[in-house]
Ligand binder design. Sequence first.
Ligand code: COA
Length: 722
Amino acid sequence: MPNPASLTSRDPVTALRAFFHPASIAVIGASRDPSHIGARLLDTIVSGRFQGALYPVNPHAAEIQGLQARPSVQDIAGPVDLAVVAVPRDAVLSVVQDCADKGVRAVIVITSDFAETGPEGRAAQNRLVAMVRKRGMRLVGPNCFGLLNTHPTARLNATFGAPMPPHGSIAISSQSGALGLALLTTARRQQIGISSFVSVGNKADVSTNDLLEYWEQDLETNVILLYLESFGNPRRFAHIAQRVSRRKPIVALKAGRSTAGRRAAGSHTAALAANEVAVEALFRQNGVIHARTLEELFAIGTALAWQPLPQGRRVAIITNAGGPGILCADACEEAGLLVSELSEALKATLKELFPSAASIRNPIDLIATATPDHYRRAVSTLMADESIDAVIACYVSVSSADSSEFARALSLGIHEISAGRRTGKPLLACWMAEHEPGGATTLRQARIPVSTLPEIPARVLGQMTTYAEWLQQPDGRLVEFPNMELAASRTLCREAVTRGGPGWLSADDTRKLLLSAGFSLPAGGVARTADQAGHIARTIGFPVAVKLASRWFIHKSDVDAVRLDIGSEAEVRAIFQEFRTRFASEHPDDMDGLIVQPMLKGGVEVMAGMTVDSQFGPLFVFGLGGIHVEILGDVQVRLGPLTDKEAAGMVRAIKGARLLEGYRGHPPADMAALVELLQRLSRLVEALPEISELDLNPIFAFPPGEGYCIADARIRVGPPAP
Ligand code: COA
């Protein structure tokens, strides 16, 4: 018998081809009862006009839906490329085993009651996966709705009842069968072209990551839509998505943002409760476009498939009524687009084209008497103008006129321009004419994305622009720093864990660890006695700042354990004694000593930190210190490891960045040093995975060229806090 591993490949592109382009399919569990799922599968494949050989398998029937049935897949004379399995759960393993013996390499298991239902189902799923892997097969599902490939040479609809959408360039992966069905139904109704669709179910073997790699190479696919409820391996997703996004846009909708949603997702597909902040960072860092709703997912996907990417953020809005134009303008600005005043030259050109009552500003209000020709001229003039990167056309049906005429006018307007040259400018439409769907249909036929609400094209355009900008940026680099003694940091950290067990490091160990990794800390140190405290203060010079060194009192200010501007040795000694009485009289361990450091003056207070997410790994945070982080939550979050690009992006993207750049007499901060600090932090955490939490707060950022100084720090080692 040949080695099964040699018959197939774990390379997703080769292995997954059999799912999308099978020459022959067996439907195992094709029921005699037409209402059963197995029968519906067979029926959908037949009505989809599948181009290859089709074999129903059922031990109790000789014929199903006019096709000869076989008792087992092994009784089929010819080869079988793909098996679709819809038998009760307890029969699945032996059926898939038969498939392996028959040489079938691709199996879709529709059957539910596997890992999504509890330990017993999980055990059954584990046995199934073990067998599939051992026999060199690939498995989609279990607990899935099937898959679909619209390519004319395949015409494969192996779902139980989804309508076949038109052939096109959008690929969809859905972790929910029902939502997959909803998306396909919308695609069919709106005539939006789909290349292929996969309901991944429990993702026991074929994962979203595998599909991304397949679609990356698939010539039929230009845009990838993902409906996700959980991440199997977020780090692999990051790696693959970053590469794929450079070639084809990925739009993802992640369900389970709310606690209740996560709970539901957990029971639905055994999803892990992914942290929303981590998901946001994961998508942003890897060029994945984050859709917030199902409608947005589809609208962004369609716009990317049909329209060019914008080259900039300047948008012109055309409307025939004030309200929609204003709402659209508001949504554009919220999405970071610029709805700027039109240039004088452009205004002059437009004034010539429209009646005097029209408002030639931005939004351009052509008023209720606008004609299709007005729309055509507006589109062609705006699209041709150098100062405009994209156009949104809003139309409200205010008369009994057929809105198709207006829709055709938009299409004509673009063609007047693109006949000469490719404009590279997207046109999106908001069509408020629901009683009369002809206009929307005409727009879709002309590949102009259309929605019924004015906010949607604005949000879609905002996302397209962000993606276009991401594409322009080069990949970030991971930087090594010569003055990091990571071996020493590691020894220090491990010794501390051996000594004190997991938990917060002492102030002394924290200081030593950060110094070994090359961070900038103030002079001074941790005193164990009043004498030592006095000595350190004398050495660094007055005034000094003193703080309780304790592994238990984390928020020192809350317990009045931070004293600033201390001017004499006597005062330092007195504070030492006071703290000892207050914090260590009952539990000597509560006070490790007294931190004595110089008073840091000037600069901007910022903070940096890291926590480890059990699924996503290290999450880095940067923000302005003090109330900005605690009350305003003005922080930027990224997943590690931090490249130079990500670190710089974090520093620049906080709302308070203007303060760092120097605002109204406030001196600017050494942003380059802060960017370096973040990268150094990332490198430290990567080298010392035992660090589970870390807070550098406050950090004093001095003027450019003068660096920073970490005034307070805490580091937790061992398992993350519950
Ligand atoms: N080989 C071939 N056919 C077999 C078989 C085997 N080893 N064992 C049973 N069958 C046949 C049965 O005889 C039956 O045909 P019949 O109706 O002509 O007798 C057919 O397979 C189906 O079996 P049945 O017992 O009728 O099951 P069912 O159709 O009620 O349910 C599933 C089967 C798979 C649909 C069901 O177990 C299930 O998992 N449903 C949920 C699916 C789902 O929701 N998936 C996720 C979507 S997002």
